[in-house]
Design a protein around this ligand. Structure first.
Ligand code: GLU
Length: 465
């Protein structure tokens, strides 16, 4: 049977690094085994789901290069691929379980269930349903109450061979009969997922550890419905550097914000791939990752998403691109001067945004508004800075060129004339010429700008904003 994996996000927020890892590992598994990768949108929570988030999931996955073989937009023979369009299937399967006596109607009110939970907690037992409606007689059925449907949990040990954790065993006595269809007719998470994975022919479920405790319930449902359960692999969660699991609130780890900050998809993929997997140090393309991928070699403990790893890979990704590609990403047409500047600033740039900022001083193109950072502006407003600039202008006007052959002499001249040194000597010049308080070596700035532009900018210095 052809392997089939799926990525099943809920469109209730933007994808973050943790989601990207789940998507990537499912994608890699499918590609490694010559199988299919299915995208399923789990939008049964109508209040929190939105079309905007669904669109952003598509966009983020495409940006990463993780295309799907079947999904809501592409279709496929196992569709539809949105849970909200599959409600009739859930109802039919739930009815089937009721008819065969594997599930039953439950008329317990919310108040009763809450009371039960409270008293169980008070007496120190883990809360679970007491299976009261299992044996309900016709005479005990209240009129006018719409029942929920509960699964009759068989008393047994449920064991499965997890692809990451190995043999896992749960005693089904640890959970009571659980709801598969709410009294409002909506399928529960566990039931909808089983129905979908079964009906979509999913063979391999790769998902976060947080779903591990759902798996025994799901396996019992598969068995009761007469389907073979898929192989499960639960990957340990991704934590932030604060060691709290990454979640939808971590905006800075969302794929969208990383994209907007100028991170490249290949860098994101390389750092995400290392969250629980160790395919070696080098920069890998998706094909190479797919070739190497082995679920049995994933780590069993949580991994920490360290932004410095992403930065490292992004630098590598930037240095691997040609000037044409980089100018394309920045939306710029290059000329020779800019190309030279690009070579000089490239090693200092972590993101495309930073590259653009570092390149900014070396272009007069209208696409760049000369940025002047607050820090640069405040340096330029100091009286000593004006003295330094005056002396430096005099030196520059007296020189034929500005480069490493006369740089030290010129700076010594300014030093003598102003009695300034260190930061107070260099910063005003850098700020006046680049509008920024940090960047590449000052001598390189002078060389790249050329004497004429240096003089022009020094003259404008006060007004260079
Ligand atoms: N919609 C679920 C989630 O986002 C998917 C769970 C699963 O993969 O079974 O966590």
């Amino acid at each position: 049977m052809k392997p089939r994996t799926r990525f099943a996000p809920s469109p209730t927020g933007r994808l973050h690094i943790g989601n990207a890892r789940t998507a990537l590992f499912n994608w890699l598994f499918a590609r490694h085994t010559g199988g299919d990768f299915v995208l399923r949108i789990e939008d049964t929570d109508i209040e929190r789901s939105s079309a905007v988030f669904e669109a952003s999931i598509f966009e983020d996955l495409k940006w990463l290069g993780l295309g799907w073989d079947e999904g809501p937009d592409t279709g496929g023979k196992w569709g539809p691929y949105r849970q909200s369009e599959r409600l009739a299937m859930y109802k039919e399967l739930a009815d089937r379980l009721v008819v065969k006596g594997a599930a039953y109607n439950c008329y317990c009110t919310k108040e009763r269930l809450e009371g039960l939970k409270k008293s169980q907690l008070a007496s120190g037992v883990p809360p679970r349903y007491d299976n009261r409606c299992r044996g309900i007689k016709d005479s005990g059925i209240p009129v006018g109450v719409r029942p929920a449907v509960r699964f009759k949990v068989p008393a047994k040990d449920v064991s499965f061979a997890d692809g990451v954790h190995g043999e896992v065993i749960f005693d089904s006595k640890s959970f009571g009969d659980f709801v598969i269809m709410g009294s409002d007719g909506a399928a529960s998470y566990n039931f909808a997922v089983v129905a979908d994975d079964a009906l979509m022919g999913i063979t391999d479920v790769i998902r976060g550890d947080d779903h591990l405790s759902n798996t025994p319930r799901q396996i019992l449902l598969f068995e009761s419905l007469g389907f073979k359960p898929p192989r499960f692999s639960h990957i340990p969660l991704v934590l932030g550097t604060d060691r709290v699991p990454l979640g939808k609130r971590d905006i800075s780890a969302s794929l969208r914000s990383l994209r907007e900050d100028g991170y490249l998809p290949e860098a994101v993929l390389n750092s995400v791939a290392r969250l629980g997997w160790s395919p070696g140090e080098g920069f890998l393309g998706l094909d190479e990752m797919a070739r190497l991928f082995d679920i049995g070699r994933l780590s069993r403990s949580p991994s920490v998403f360290d932004p410095s790893t992403l930065k490292r890979y992004n630098k590598m990704a930037i240095s691997a691109l040609s000037p044409e590609e980089l100018f394309g990403l920045m939306g710029l047409k290059a000329d020779e001067g800019l190309k030279r500047a690009l070579e000089a600033v490239k090693p200092n740039a972590v993101t495309i945004g930073e590259l653009k900022r570092l390149l900014n001083p070396f272009t007069d193109l209208p696409v760049f508004t000369p940025v002047s950072t607050d820090e640069a502006r405040s340096i330029l407003s100091e009286p000593y800075a004006k003295e330094v600039l005056k002396a430096f202008l005099k030196e520059a006007e007296g020189a034929a060129v500005l480069d490493e052959t006369n740089y030290l002499n010129i700076m010594n001249g300014v030093k003598r004339a102003t009695n300034e040194k260190g930061k107070r000597l260099y910063m005003p010049i850098r700020a006046a010429l680049t509008g920024q308080a940090e960047g590449i070596e000052l001598v390189t700035v002078l060389k790249l700008l050329g004497r004429a532009r240096v003089i022009e900018r020094l003259k404008k210095a006060g007004g260079y904003k």
